[in-house]
Design a protein around this ligand. Structure first.
Ligand code: AMP
Length: 203
């Protein structure tokens, strides 16, 4: 929603890894077991993948990184790589929500691999259970979205990703806190508002 309304590009490391798995690349094969267990894929693989995607983007277009960086070494690598392509981290969005909300959001997620549409059985179910409204294809419950794995992923987040809050708070880039428990439209509008005022974009 944000890339559409801002005209920016998105680099979502989870999506790139899932595409690599579907295509059966060496990266996809290396990443598979880590992902299915809800663990992080090693930093070197992620950083190299992001570097390749960055190189293909026009320097004038804004980028939203989604699901990246997820560890301190990834954030430090990003800070080393960006100046080489004439960029810097302008702001970091921190979406906050209670653990119970996060578990329902993630474990309730169902994805259509044909249309790319994402549903949630609790908050945004399809008209026919298990089928995509647009393509009619069967919806997929990702292996790493099973409830036990989601709880493990939240522990991994606390251990490896949460330290990034202190990293950015110590001056690397402004950190913008957003109430992620609100509805989708409200979260989008809040993010647009904070980005517009922090980065001086046209509203
Ligand atoms: P996501 O779609 O962002 O939830 O990512 C799904 C899975 O891909 C994660 O649980 C990790 O196994 C892997 N992954 C995605 N992004 C990263 C990253 N920046 N660093 C390490 N692993 C990642």
């Amino acid at each position: 929603m944000l890339t559409q309304s801002l005209g920016w590009e998105r680099i979502a490391t989870g999506d790139l890894l899932r595409a690599a798995r579907r295509e059966g690349t060496a990266l996809g094969e290396k990443a598979r077991a880590y992902m299915d267990a809800g663990n992080l894929v090693p930093d070197e693989l992620i950083v190299e993948m992001v570097r390749e995607h960055l190189a293909g983007l026009s320097p004038s277009v804004g980028i939203i990184f989604d699901g990246f960086p997820r560890t301190l070494p990834q954030a430090e690598s990003l800070d080393r790589v960006l100046p080489g392509v004439g960029r810097q981290v302008d702001a970091v969005l921190l979406l906050e929500a209670e653990e119970d909300v996060l578990v329902k959001r993630i474990s309730g997620r169902r994805v259509c691999q044909e249309s790319g549409r994402v549903y949630n059985v609790y908050f945004d179910p399809p008209r026919v259970p298990g089928r995509c409204d647009e393509s009619g294809a069967e919806l997929v419950h990702r292996a790493d979205d099973q409830e036990d794995t989601v709880r493990h992923r939240l522990k991994v987040y606390e251990e490896l990703t949460e330290p990034l809050v202190a990293y950015y708070e110590s001056g690397a880039a402004p950190i913008l806190r957003v109430d992620g428990a609100a509805g989708m439209e409200a979260v989008k509008e809040t993010i647009r508002g904070v980005l517009t005022s922090t980065l001086g974009l046209e509203s």
